[in-house]
Design a protein around this ligand. Structure first.
Ligand SMILES: [Cu+2]
Length: 321
């Protein structure tokens, strides 16, 4: 890939030498070849990126850009991100062009006596108004998207996420308060198919194709429930109930992490979500209600007391991190 992407540049340079010698035919063919190679390189990069998109639901090595979207919100976020990239690219190109023009046109050799002009009303107005217009153009889709993310459209179910130092508690208020803790699997206990720093003992399980309202809160310090493929990032703040939503479009396993520095084990409270079909979800609900039944008897105090020892045991040792 690297060799390919360098080739067009080398050919292009050769092309310019030829042009200087006036060999227009050679230049033409070389330029065409360079362009073809360049296109091929782009296609290869694109295909590789797309292939990477197709399988990855977690961060992957040499990742560039965003994780593939799994919800309509993330879809919109990715589109908006790409639109911004085009705008940024054009602005950068324009500024680069201006710089090059100034460097060449007004170099000492060519412009030995510089003008003493210090004001130009028209240009000054333009460089104030044009950026404002660009910002407004960006603001319109940005606000639209913000409100789209903010308003939960007719939720089918609710999930409550509570951040603790340093694990998450997931609650299904519609399911008689089904609730459980989700702790990281320490590195020493990882099975071969489990991801380091991302896998947990009890993942959050959600049905696909359902609008899920997510409440996020905390019990000690500020955490943040961040799931990149869903475009969900919500602060977990003590005494506050923040709201977000997701509608997972295809089954799979998705990962996220706390992304608000919350203490020594901040890096060890990952988020794992399994999105399953509605039937599988019902099946899982039945099992989960039995599995976590002991926690759901009594009030919160009993639940917290019951959860604490297990939680402490599952914490990775902070030493060496
Ligand atoms: Cu944290």
């Amino acid at each position: 890939m690297e060799a390919l992407s360098k080739t067009p540049l080398r050919l292009h340079a050769t092309g310019e030498r030829l042009q200087a010698q006036g060999e227009m035919t050679g230049l033409f063919t070389r330029k065409v070849a360079a362009r073809a190679l360049f296109t091929l390189a782009l296609v290869l990069i694109g295909t590789t990126a797309f292939a990477a998109l197709a399988w990855a639901e977690a961060p992957w090595r040499w990742e560039i850009g965003m994780q593939p979207p799994a919800t309509p919100v993330k879809d919109e976020l990715t589109k908006f991100h790409n639109e911004l990239l085009i705008i940024i690219f054009l602005i950068t190109l324009f500024v680069l062009g201006l710089l090059l023009y100034v460097i060449v046109r007004f170099r000492q050799e060519r412009n030995p006596v510089p003008t003493r002009t210090s004001h130009n009303t028209l240009i000054e107005m333009a460089w104030t108004i044009v950026p404002v217009v660009i910002l407004v153009i960006i603001a319109i889709p940005s606000f639209k998207l913000m409100y789209y993310m903010d308003r939960v459209p007719n939720p089918d179910m609710t999930i409550k996420v509570t951040g603790h130092q340093w694990y998450w508690t997931y609650e299904y208020p519609d399911q008689n308060g089904l609730s459980f803790d989700s702790n990281i699997i320490p590195e020493a206990d990882l099975k071969p198919d489990q991801k380091r720093l991302l896998d947990v003992d009890n993942p959050l399980v959600v049905p696909v194709g359902a609008v899920i309202r997510v409440y996020v809160t905390g019990t000690d310090v500020i955490h943040s429930w961040f799931v990149p493929p869903f475009g969900v990032q919500e602060y977990a703040i003590v005494g506050r109930l923040n709201e977000s939503w997701m509608n997972v479009e295809h089954p799979g396993v998705y990962y996220g992490q706390c992304n608000q520095i919350c203490g020594i084990n901040h890096a060890f409270m990952p988020i794992k979500i399994e999105a399953v079909s509605k039937d599988d979800f019902q099946r899982w609900l039945g099992e989960a209600k039995k599995k976590f039944a002991h926690k759901n008897e009594g009030g919160d105090a009993v639940r917290v007391a019951a959860a604490s020892p297990a939680t402490d045991a599952a914490q990775p040792a902070p030493a060496g991190n």
